[in-house]
Design a protein around this ligand. Structure first.
Ligand SMILES: *Cc1c(COP(=O)(O)O)cnc(C)c1O
Length: 385
């Protein structure tokens, strides 16, 4: 069976009633026959049947041994960092998700965990950064928002004794399976592609072995940021159409990226599917497609020009987040990466005019028309409120 068929049919039919949709077990606790004698569930922080089905499904999608669902992507990040202890060091991709950066710098630093940020698109930078204190390598590929690609299997090879964590939010398991490439742990903001309809906040962790599974399970239960039954159901339902959505989003993004590359007001276009992309070959090797996100900067590298574009699109809605069925657009310098210091922002290529487009499942011609008219607004200066 092909993967999309397998995943759909691994999601079980309810044994009790035959319901084809997974029941939402909206309950906090489960009645026991005698103390400690139960049907496998005793308290919904520890385990819940709806969440358990989602956890099984994401583990299967990532070819992992076990999955865990959290109340947000950052809660998933939190459960993974808590594998470390004071004195440990992380080597992380420099163009890291802003929220993860904020947690590293302002929370975990207080508990003695330090992070070195390097440009992981060049494997030698990772080798140079590893010290005796390094316990974990933290990658995103493609990154947010400049779509940098790191060679996951080469980095897994050099960091064999370290935990390799890959935030796979941007690629989704349909396009990339980090565990197959040597990673130990995969993280998702399920809020984005997995749920896919901009209607839920969720996080997921998948591990490749039982020892890690036990530790993450412990952290999930002990820290308690679990995903609720209804949100687990929404995420699960999103996954049933993941492959279809991703295919369309990849097609749309490729066309948008190619179109932007021909526009005179556009400076750089960042999309792994462009042959000109720095690590296009690596992306081609480790991904089955190039994803739905395209970023670009303007020749007029000003916040004003970017704002003009961002307020002139009609289909691409100006909003945080990405990966939904409706196209979204974001201006990282003033939105997602506001908490990243300007100096680091500029060093990692997040220019003032950088715009990130999340292509939805609309008709491609309509998206191209929208981008075109918003670019024209920069040049001709339509009224912007
Ligand atoms: C959104 C996002 C997160 C955080 O997820 P939330 O669900 O918003 O907590 C982490 N990593 C990446 C790459 C993201 O895009």
């Amino acid at each position: 069976m092909k993967e999309e068929t397998r995943i759909l049919h691994e999601i079980p039919v309810d044994e009790l009633t035959g319901a084809i949709s997974v029941p939402i077990y909206q309950t906090s606790t489960f009645v026991q026959e005698a103390p400690g004698v139960n049907k496998g569930f005793d308290y919904s922080r520890s385990n819940n049947p709806t969440r358990a089905t989602l956890e099984k499904t994401i583990a299967s999608l990532e070819n992992g041994s076990q999955g865990f669902a959290f109340s947000s992507g950052l809660a998933a990040v939190d459960a993974v960092i808590k594998l470390l202890k004071a004195g440990d060091e992380i080597v992380a991709v420099d163009d890291i998700y802003g929220g993860t950066f904020r947690a590293f710098e302002h929370i975990y630093s207080k508990f003695g965990i330090s992070v070195k940020y390097v440009d992981t698109t060049d494997v030698t930078n990772v080798i140079d950064a590893i010290s005796r204190k390094t316990k974990m390598i933290w990658l995103e590929s493609p990154t947010n928002p400049t779509l940098k690609i790191s060679d996951l299997s080469s980095i897994a090879e050099i960091g064999k004794d370290l935990l390799l964590v890959v935030d796979n939010t941007f690629a989704s398991p349909v396009l990339q399976k980090p565990l197959d490439l040597g990673a130990d742990i995969v993280i998702h903001s399920g809020t984005k592609y997995l749920a896919g309809h901009s209607d839920v906040i969720a996080g997921l962790v998948v591990v490749g072995n039982e020892e890690l599974a036990e530790q993450i399970k412990f952290n999930q239960n002990a820290s308690g940021a679990v995903l609720g039954p209804f949100d687990s159901w929404l995420t699960l339902r999103g996954i049933t159409t993941l492959q279809l959505r991703i295919e369309k989003q990849c097609q749309n993004a490729q066309h948008v990226a190619e179109f932007l590359s021909t526009c005179s007001v556009v400076d750089e276009v960042f999309y792994p599917g462009l042959v000109a992309h720095h690590n296009h070959d690596v992306a081609k090797q480790q991904q089955l497609g190039f994803g739905g996100i395209v970023s670009f900067s303007l020749k007029d590298d000003s916040i004003e020009a970017a704002t003009k574009f961002a307020t002139s699109t009609k289909l691409f809605k100006l909003a945080e987040s990405l990966g939904g069925v409706k196209s979204l657009l974001c201006h990282p310098a003033s939105m997602t990466h506001k908490s990243t210091p300007e100096e680091i922002r500029h060093k990692t290529g997040i220019k003032d005019s950088l715009i990130r487009l999340s292509c939805g499942i609309e008709n491609c011609d309509d998206l191209l028309d929208d981008v075109n008219q918003a670019l024209a607004a920069i040049t001709y200066g339509e009224v912007v409120v």
